[in-house]
Design a protein around this ligand. Structure first.
Ligand SMILES: Cc1ncc(COP(=O)(O)O)c(C=O)c1O
Ligand SMILES: [Zn+2]
Length: 402
């Protein structure tokens, strides 16, 4: 199988395009954000060429053990030998029948990302971005992280033999800090949130020659995340009515949307749009607030606080894109309290045998609210993303299940 993939490996990556000013850049060069306006750069593919190879039939012949690399035509890595993989992707889309019945919803599916290497969906974005970084000759990488992305970066950097520098808040859960150390990355703990961690990295990155892999400040993590969209559609063979995602920096929401749009551009699925729903915590809900006020960028909250560290992101860099996708998809943004997140953690454990991370559980808390309000119909086909494993939050789980 591997031999066959080596010979037929092909990426249709064509260019990088600024999502703000439209500037087009060469993907053979190292780019972070748009050099003219600072906008987020998106990878663009030659879909005419991809169309000749990328079909449901072709995909059905590729082993699921290749994980997200099954979609290589629409990924940015040009040469197979640059792929750095720990087995990411190809996670199950579980029918959550018991919890669905409890909530009065007929078609509830849970995309269980806890089965990824390092226990979260962060593995997808990091695997693809780090593979591309390796291909471009980058030797030192760094990122501010709420914990999970840092753990993933540390693991993949170890596998690739690259040097990783992680900046994380002091209150990052123990498991993630331990993982980062275990994989041999340099770790700096910072007072405050991911924003303060980012500021620390910014001070040293140029001097130390660190390539900054901050969420949405380099073009390829979102490419890894879009494979969640590919997998959801490949498993369902239809577009769900609703997709609910716990939003921090927004890579997953943007990625799923980008992935579904690419499948539609290839004619592999109908033109219906899923409603993209962003869930945040009441203690840090900049996207929800901007959405309600009709704004296109966020105002960071003064005292961001929540039990779900991955969604404690006061100022997502791609705020304008996240808000655009929510509006374009006729979606919504909703905030939930920490208590509602805890109830959802309990429900997922009790009804589905899943110990979800608090961020993933937040999607169920948001779903409950929107069902009660009547914003989601009881016949809707709903997909929630459980972005990671609760096993990485034992400090919290011990308190919840005493
Ligand atoms: C478990 C988990 N879920 C969700 C998120 C939010 O992801 P994003 O920043 O891509 O929106 C994070 C980010 O740290 C996370 O660790
Ligand atoms: Zn630009």
């Amino acid at each position: 199988m591997v031999v066959q993939i080596v010979f037929s490996w092909f990426s249709a990556l064509k260019s990088l395009k600024c999502t703000k000013c439209g500037k087009v850049l060469n993907p053979e060069e190292i780019h972070a954000v748009c050099p003219d306006c600072g906008g987020v750069l998106y990878a663009r593919y030659d879909l005419e060429v991809a169309k000749e190879r990328f079909s449901w039939d072709a995909l059905s012949k590729r082993s699921r053990s290749l994980g997200l690399w099954r979609y290589f035509e629409l990924l940015p890595v040009k040469r197979y030998e640059n792929v750095v993989s720990l087995g990411e992707g190809a996670t199950p889309l579980l029918k959550a029948s018991n919890l669905g019945r409890h909530l009065g919803l007929r078609n509830l599916y849970l995309k269980d990302e806890s089965l990824n290497p390092t226990g979260t969906f962060k593995a997808r974005g990091v695997a693809v971005a780090l593979s591309k970084a390796k291909e471009l000759g980058i030797k030192k990488v760094g990122m501010p992280s709420a914990g999970n992305a840092g753990a993933a970066l540390a693991a993949y950097a170890s596998k690739a033999g690259l040097e990783a520098h992680i900046y994380a808040p002091k209150d990052t859960p123990t498991a993630m800090i331990t993982e980062i150390k275990a994989y041999g990355a340099r770790l700096k703990l910072v007072e405050g949130t991911i924003s303060e961690a980012a500021a620390e990295l910014s001070k040293v990155k140029d001097k130390e020659g660190i390539f900054d892999m901050t969420t949405m400040k380099e073009p390829y993590r979102v490419e890894g995340k879009k494979t969640m969209g590919f997998e959801i559609i490949e498993d369902l063979r239809e577009i769900p009515d609703v997709i609910i995602y716990p939003t921090g920096g927004g890579t997953g929401l943007l990625g799923i949307w980008k992935g579904i749009n690419e499948l539609q551009a290839l004619g592999l699925v109908g033109s219906k749009k899923p409603r993209m729903i962003s869930v945040q915590s009441e203690g840090c809900a900049p996207i929800v607030e901007a959405f309600r006020k009709g704004l296109s960028t966020v105002t960071p909250p003064q005292h961001p606080s929540t039990i779900a560290p991955g969604i404690r992101v006061p100022k997502p860099y791609a705020d304008y894109l996240i808000l655009k996708v929510i509006r374009e998809s006729n979606g919504l943004a909703v905030s939930v309290s920490d208590n509602e997140i805890i109830e959802a953690i309990k429900d997922l454990a009790k009804y589905e045998g899943i110990l979800a991370c608090p961020e993933g559980a937040a999607t169920i808390a948001g779903l409950k609210k929107l069902l009660d309000e009547g914003s989601i119909g009881r016949d809707d086909l709903v997909v929630v993303i459980n972005t990671g494993s609760g096993l990485k939050y034992m400090d919290l789980m011990r308190k919840v299940f005493t």
